[in-house]
Every structure is written in structure tokens, then in C-alpha cells.
Design a binder for this molecule. Structure first.
Ligand code: ACO
Length: 325
């Protein structure tokens, strides 16, 4: 049976660290409020570089660690809502930067679930034997779309990129089970960058534009805990596994409290959930691959380990993957 397995990880993270105390100097907030409500202590914020700089940095690290030549990469998928341009795609910019001249490159947009959607798409191309490998990167420069005058959202987010190389495998393992879902009817709960249609022939009332992230925080909180719980239950049941068979649960890092509530509902000790939000904030599509790369660098992941990755975000979208390392 053909499957796709994760062969390498890598990341590109801004050097600049902005602490809660740094934010408290420029807005009415405090380290205590942010930590208590979210678990965030600091975040990495771009010093001016755009997304392509960090996605390309992540890509270079992944291919170096995988020992693969750029020309042998067959597919590049970048998950993001903050690409440098509407076109070209972020993936085409990575292609140029790393010299992956033979790859097909495109982006997927599923906000904080984006990396999981990207892995799912790449996995299908590999399983269908269309491509042998795929670079899948999640990256965001959220600092360019948050409203720095809105303390209820801007303190939550950070910048960065990370990803994996997926490779065709004929042995057991890899991406074992997935559950993706979308609920467009609730799209207004979480939006970013509304560009209104405007042209010289407009017949309608001008529509409202909004350049920033808007969010109903409480609605997102409820949706997120519900989807972590149902996603984890679904993939465990589909795989015929119990929570004890899973080495780590790797959730999207939106808020440490969301993970606490979900872990409690699932009756799974919280320590089994990998949480690094304290140092990154919410990096949307980058959060799960940043966590995976950090776990890999710390030597926490061993061949055969089973992981459950779960994400949720704008759209609304969600996804849960069972992955064997
Ligand atoms: N510092 C200090 N006070 C603040 C701040 C801040 N940064 N932000 C808001 N407040 C104030 C509010 O003005 C309000 O004051 P008031 O009572 O005088 O009106 C008070 O704190 C409470 O505000 P709420 O918005 O009700 O705070 P809540 O307890 O709901 O926490 C939070 C907000 C942290 C956003 C929470 O709703 C949450 O975590 N939601 C989940 C959403 C999430 O994590 N989204 C991330 C992006 S989406 C994604 O990744 C899918």
C-alpha cells in the first residue's frame, strides 16, 4: 500500500521577540491578562521581512535535513492567509527561492487549519502516485493584518513558518486517518482582510472594507474545544485505537485554555498535548508545523510513534490527522 510519511521538518521564525510587557508599553494591556486568558508570554514578530522570506527559510532547512535536491521536489503546497501577493502564490515564491524548478506549486487557504488541509491534499497526490514527494509549509505574517489598536486581537498572534517533506512510502505508517470539515455558514465568526469590490462602473452601494482580523473570541473558543474533542474521538474510533496508543496530541496553538478544556473533556492528561503557545502566540497555519519541528528538534519523536494533529480556524474549518512517525 502506498502512503505518505513525514521525512523531515524545518522552520523559519523571526528573531525579534515581543513580550507581553513590550505590548503593555504601547497599549492598555498586561502580562497577567494575556497569560491568564491565553497562556501566551511572547511572540516572534517580523522585523519587516514578508512571508516568502520565512517560508523559504523553512523550505531550505527541510530540504537540507531531508538530503533531497531542490530539482527532485515534485509538489510545493503553502498554507497561508498572509502571502506577499494575491498572485503569485506563496508556494511559487518558495519554488523560485529554493530552485525547485520541477515542482508544481500552489497555496491552500484554510486559516489555522491550513497546514492540515495542505498535508491532506499532498497526501492524495502521493497516494495516487502522481508525485513522489511534497513540501508542505504553513506560514503567516499575521502582524501585517492585525489591528495594532485592538488589544483584544493583536496580543494573540505571532509570525513564523514551518513545514514538512512528505515522501511516498510503501511501508506501514505515515498519514493514517484524517477528518476535515468546514462550516461556511459561520464564516463571520472569524474574518481577515475584507477587500470590497470597487470599480468605475459600480452600481451598488460601496461595500465595507476591513483590512484586519475580526473575531468573536467566545464563539471561536466554543467551536475550537468542540472540534478538538469530536476530531480526536473520530480518528481514534476510525483507527480502532484508544488515547493511550497516541504518543502526543499536537493541537493548533490558539489558546492554552482551549487545550485545557478539550483535554479535560476527552479525559486525557494535559501533558500529552504538546503546547508551546507561551513562546509563539497563535501563528495560524504555522502553529502545528512549528510545534512538530520543535518536538523533532528536541528528540521527542521516534519511529512508530502515533500523533494526532488537530486544527481549527477561519472558514470555519477544522481538521484532525492521525500520523505515524
Ligand atoms: N488586555 C487587557 N484587557 C483586555 C484585553 C487585553 N489584551 N483584551 C480585552 N480586554 C478586556 C476587554 O475589554 C473586556 O473588558 P470589559 O469587561 O471591561 O469590557 C475584558 O478584557 C474581557 O474581554 P473578553 O473579550 O470578554 O475576554 P475573554 O475572557 O472572552 O477572552 C479571548 C478573550 C482570550 C480572545 C478569548 O475569548 C479566547 O481565547 N477566545 C478564543 C479565540 C482564539 O483563541 N482566537 C485566536 C484566533 S482564531 C484561531 O486561531 C482559530
Amino acid at each position: 500500500m502506498v502512503t505518505s510519511r513525514i521525512a523531515a521538518t524545518g522552520a523559519g521564525i523571526p528573531d525579534q521577540i515581543i513580550t507581553n510587557d513590550d505590548l503593555a508599553k504601547i497599549m492598555d494591556t498586561s502580562d497577567e491578562w494575556i497569560r491568564q486568558r491565553t497562556g501566551i508570554g511572547e511572540r516572534h514578530i517580523s522585523g519587516g521581512e514578508d512571508l516568502s522570506y520565512y517560508t523559504s527559510k523553512a523550505a531550505k532547512q527541510i530540504i537540507e535535513r531531508a538530503g533531497i535536491a531542490p530539482a527532485d521536489i515534485e509538489l510545493i503546497v503553502v498554507a497561508t492567509v498572509t502571502a506577499d501577493y494575491c498572485t503569485p502564490s506563496a508556494a511559487c515564491m518558495v519554488q523560485k527561492e529554493i530552485g525547485a524548478v520541477n515542482a508544481v506549486a500552489f497555496d491552500v487557504t484554510a486559516a489555522c487549519s491550513g497546514f492540515l488541509y495542505g498535508v491532506s491534499v499532498a497526501d492524495k497526490f502521493i497516494r495516487c502516485s502522481i508525485y513522489k514527494n511534497a513540501l508542505v509549509i504553513g506560514g503567516e505574517i499575521l502582524s501585517k493584518i492585525v489591528d495594532w489598536k485592538d488589544r483584544s486581537t493583536c496580543v494573540l498572534f505571532g509570525d513564523g513558518a514551518a513545514g514538512v517533506l512528505l515522501e511516498r512510502s510503501e511501508s506501514a505508517g505515515g498519514i493514517l486517518v484524517e477528518e476535515l470539515g468546514s462550516k461556511g455558514e459561520d464564516y463571520e465568526v472569524l474574518t481577515a482582510r475584507r477587500l470590497a469590490p470597487a470599480n468605475v462602473f459600480n452600481k451598488l452601494e460601496p461595500q465595507k472594507e476591513c483590512g484586519h482580523v475580526t473575531m468573536d473570541g467566545r464563539a471561536v473558543f466554543k467551536f475550537a474545544t468542540k472540534k478538538i474533542v469530536s476530531g480526536v474521538e473520530h480518528v481514534l474510533e476510525t483507527a480502532g485505537l484508544s488515547a493511550e496508543d497516541i504518543t502526543y496530541f499536537v493541537p493548533h496553538q490558539a489558546n492554552a485554555r482551549i487545550v485545557e478544556v478539550a483535554a479535560k473533556k476527552l479525559k486525557i492528561p494535559q501533558e500529552r498535548f504538546y503546547v508551546n503557545i507561551e513562546h509563539y502566540g497563535n501563528t495560524s497555519a504555522a502553529s502545528i508545523p512549528i510545534a512538530l519541528n520543535e518536538m523533532n528538534e528536541k528528540g521527542l519523536l521516534h519511529k512508530g510513534d502515533k500523533l494526532i494533529l488537530c486544527g481549527f480556524g477561519g472558514g470555519l474549518t477544522w481538521g484532525t490527522l492521525l500520523v505515524q512517525w
